[in-house]
Design a protein. Structure first.
Length: 102
């Protein structure tokens, strides 16, 4: 079964955000909700309301797989959006993950 998550950029600060299970915008892809195709269409329509309210911009759905209950982006573009800059692992969200692992 193909699963999707919803992403956008928050207008206040430009941060990449994902639609969470409670309909809120979360800052980590690991906290995002994963939807089947029908539910993704409904969630995308709801997320577009945040865009209309100028909370986020660039709302779209993308494919994920769920591993141990955590959504993982399938495409490189979405992995980069989730982790941060690909040339510097000491900055961005991937640096936060390294700090949590230490």
């Amino acid at each position: 079964m193909e699963l999707k998550a919803i992403t956008a950029n928050r207008l206040r600060d430009g941060a990449v955000v994902w639609l969470g299970p409670q309909g809120d915008w979360v800052e980590r892809v690991e906290l995002a909700a994963a939807f089947d195709d029908a539910a993704a269409k409904v969630a995308l329509a709801e997320a577009e309301k945040s865009a209309a309210a100028n909370v986020v911009v660039g709302v779209y759905a993308f494919e994920v797989e769920v591993v141990d209950g955590v959504p993982k982006p399938l495409r490189q573009r979405e992995r980069i959006r989730a982790q941060g800059p690909s040339i510097r692992t000491d900055v961005g969200k991937q640096a936060d993950a390294l700090d949590r692992a230490a």
